[in-house]
Design a protein around this ligand. Structure first.
Ligand SMILES: Nc1ncnc2c1ncn2[C@@H]1O[C@H](COP(=O)(O)OP(=O)(O)OP(=O)(O)O)[C@@H](O)[C@H]1O
Length: 339
């Protein structure tokens, strides 16, 4: 478990992290997202003790890291594995030797090292590359070896700072499967720093958005994607593209499958008149299938009434950004994704 409270980090006069409160439960994956310069990597470096926080507390597995020094600091560091964008393997060592390195530094016996290295190679699906050198591995394979090395001292927490950045979709998928396996099989708590919303959708249990050193939005992914008015929700699941300009008023609707009435279209049409379905998309995030629709309605309808009628059938609604061009009212048959 990671508990961060009132964490502040300043370089000179400027706070780079400003009062961060964030909790990641045991065996949870948390994603931290945010624009370049928001403070994501600084947050990771404070958690793995490469940087000292200016103030606030960081508790990992029940131990407050800020007050530690000497031997207790070194012991606490072993609780935390880190994977960076580049695996930074030593090129003169084989994959197996790279994984063994932290254990050798630790003074573990040969037999123990050999057995753990074999287990780790198997876990990351790289037993067949044990004796390859980094230059003989693909980027995704190097990253898997880097993850195995970060697990060598059996940490309870893993930090991943842009570990899938620059990898192709298959290699990314393999790394994400590996991380979810570590959470589910070994109960590792994982904090993922990423700018890739696919990664958040794919594996995160909770998500926090950092901006200018502050958390501006956070919550479980399942809750965030249900929020119709949230910038983070829109970033996670953008609205499908729809035609713009014209006579109808556009509305952006969002629903989760468990909350929407199956007969919503006919019920809404009865109350509000024709509904032009302009775009529709269903995608899963945080284990929840979320549907998004852009529809066109009569522009003379009262906004509050529209919102109420849509809410009554389980649709969260926001007025869209523009008017609709050449929209034709749809029948229920065109909304296959929502019905
Ligand atoms: N050692 C340092 N000294 C001074 N300023 C720093 C230092 N490290 C980071 N910063 C500043 O802190 C801010 C946050 O940097 P950080 O690397 O944490 O952002 P980030 O969100 O990870 O960005 P990116 O997505 O581009 O990697 C930036 O304005 C950066 O210039």
């Amino acid at each position: 478990m990671i508990e961060i409270s009132g964490l502040t980090k300043t370089y000179g006069p400027t706070p780079v992290l400003d009062g961060i409160d964030l909790t990641v439960g045991d065996a949870q994956i948390a994603a931290v997202v945010g624009p370049s310069g928001a403070g994501k990597s600084t947050l990771a470096r404070c958690i793995n003790l490469l940087e000292r926080p200016t103030s606030g507390s960081i508790t990992v597995a029940g131990q407050d890291l800020a007050g530690l020094s000497g031997g207790s600091l070194r012991r606490a560091r072993r609780q935390i594995g880190t994977v960076f964008q580049s695996a930074n393997l030593l090129r003169r060592l084989t994959a197996a030797q790279n994984i063994a390195l932290p254990m050798r530094h630790q003074g573990l016996r040969d037999a123990e090292v050999r057995s753990r290295v074999a287990d780790l190679l198997e876990r990351v699906g790289m037993l067949h590359r044990a004796n390859h050198y980094p230059s003989q591995l693909s980027g995704g394979q190097r990253q898997r070896i880097g993850i195995a090395r970060s697990l060598a001292l059996q940490p309870s927490v893993l930090l991943s700072d842009e570990a899938t950045s620059g990898l192709d979709p298959d290699a990314t998928r393999a790394i994400l499967d590996l991380l979810t396996g570590l959470r589910d099989d070994l109960g590792v708590t994982i904090l993922v720093i990423t700018h890739e919303m696919d990664v958040v959708r794919g594996i995160a249990d909770v998500v926090a958005q950092l901006d200018h050193g502050r958390i501006v939005e956070q919550g479980s992914v399942a809750d965030v994607v249900r929020r119709s008015d949230s910038p983070l929700s829109r970033a996670l699941l953008p609205m499908p593209a729809a035609p713009v300009a014209g006579d109808l008023r556009t509305w952006e609707l969002r629903y989760t499958e468990d909350e929407v009435s199956p007969a919503w279209l006919s019920r809404v049409s009865r109350e509000l008149g024709d509904v032009a379905v302009l775009a529709a998309l269903v995608e899963e995030s945080g284990g929840v299938p979320v549907g998004r629709l852009t529809v066109g309605l009569d522009p003379l309808l009262d906004e509050r009434r529209v919102t109420q009628v849509l809410a009554a059938v389980g649709l969260a609604a926001e007025p869209g950004p523009a008017r609709v061009d050449d929209a034709r009212p749809a029948t229920a048959g065109r909304t296959e994704s929502a019905a």
